[in-house]
Design a protein around this ligand. Sequence first.
Ligand code: NAD
Length: 257
Amino acid sequence: MTLSGKTAVITGSNSGIGLGIVHELAKAGVNVVLNSFTNSEEDHALAIEIAKEYGVKAKYVSADMSKGNDCRRLIADAGVCDILINNAGIQHISPIQDFPVDKWDAIIAINLSSVFHTTAAALPLMRVAGWGRVINIASAHGLRASPFKAAYVSAKHGVIGMTKVVGLETAKEAITANAICPGYVLTKLVEGQIPATAKEYGISEEEAINTVILAKQPSKEFVTVEQLAGIVTFLCSDSAAQITGTSINADGGWTSQ
Ligand code: NAD
């Protein structure tokens, strides 16, 4: 089975891991729908560049993954959704007693509820096509906790639970649902945590990287976007047809501890 000609919707894909997945899938001939909520000229230009570089169809759809209706409209605008990559996500670091309620609400909406809405909208399209892949970018924080990340850890644990449910509900069909649980990847999301982590622990930013952030990652190396994109391609392949309702960890040994 070739992936060429299939269509993938990748939420939160104008940067970081999502954009890496866009490149990898487009390289395999998959038509891609890029998304963010920013709707900038650069976002639209990015889709044009991807189409030109890989000779696939690519379009950018602006939709705010914190809003259920937008999540469902994204899938409706795509029209076809053989591969759904739930990747959009944000982070906020704060002790629980000071955790801003608006940040809690936003993280639960973007990192967890969006997965419910897009999946609910995409499964009927996959059933019409007779094939589908749901791939949720969860996190090692879907399996382990860290202090000061109440909303993120709760949302990512929720994503793993939802992945299991979707895997069971589609088990008799040619549709699979899995999560990928990365350890730390040096994207904007992590770069943004370095100053906050340094502040919470009262240490320098360099110490925050070495003694707090990579402390849990025994390999002492960041996971790369390309490695994660490769796991996505594998999960889309025939070899992964019986892998469903589970998660693949790419965390340099973090969750073995
Ligand atoms: P990133 O900040 O580069 O990318 C996040 C993406 O989400 C961006 O494209 C952004 O535009 C989009 N986004 C944010 N809010 C949105 C909204 N309301 N509507 C639509 N799109 C929105 O960060 P990243 O590291 O590439 O993160 C991607 C995913 O990977 C997230 O779910 C994150 O939790 C997960 N993850 C990241 C790491 C890491 O170390 N970087 C580790 C584990 C899991």
